[in-house]
Design a protein around this ligand. Sequence first.
Ligand code: ACO
Length: 200
Amino acid sequence: MIIYGASGHGKVIFDILKSRNIKPEYILDDNPEITEFKGYKVVHEPQENTLKIPGILAIGDNTVRKLVALQYTGAIAKAVSHSSAVISENVEMGDGTVVMPGAVVNADTIIGLHCIINSGAVVEHDVRLDDFVHISPNAVVTGNVEIGEGSQIGAGASIIPGVKIGKWVSIGAGAVIIEDIPDFAVVVGNPGKIIKYSNE
Ligand SMILES: CC(=O)SCCNC(=O)CCNC(=O)[C@H](O)C(C)(C)COP(=O)(O)OP(=O)(O)OC[C@H]1O[C@@H](n2cnc3c(N)ncnc32)[C@H](O)[C@@H]1OP(=O)(O)O
């Protein structure tokens, strides 16, 4: 496995792999000032074997992760979860998706490519997460919720059952979402209110 990104997010992905006894081959990061990461060599250019070894994009920002994914020509690793995460056997997860320590993903949920289910987050039954979604630490996505591409649900936020959240939405930390949210909205508070719109 190659970890693409010697970042804080990369540290947690490193721990996920360690919990599964997977040793990264090396870390790839374009910052020439970073030469070592968790005792592993950091390379700054793709290597001869980069295209052959499955890589995981350790980039927390959803937009940047998508841009890198679109340019990355190597193999993408299958979804990987920390050994302490609880994932129903009926869950589908796209390649490049990571599930952090203590997260729960329940039955018949479908998660897209390159998503992040962060530490302690709960993604309930029959949820649909499109590609590049990030469910932040301790957020709760209840049953039958749908979340569009690139949206981030902030730390500790809650979404009530059946709500549809558009693409590239930012839900603020601690928000409580009780109604559908349109694309690109930035939403904060309890109950969640739209404060502005962002562009992808
Ligand atoms: C492992 C990890 O670390 S994973 C990282 C997880 N990250 C998160 O959970 C971050 C979630 N992001 C947030 O909550 C952000 O504050 C956002 C996306 C909602 C808004 O960010 P910005 O667009 O930069 O907005 P900005 O900081 O300018 O705030 C705009 C207004 O919203 C208010 N606001 C911002 N965030 C929140 C919030 N979470 N709850 C309530 N009000 C908020 C601000 O006080 C400000 O109010 P004002 O206009 O009356 O002064």
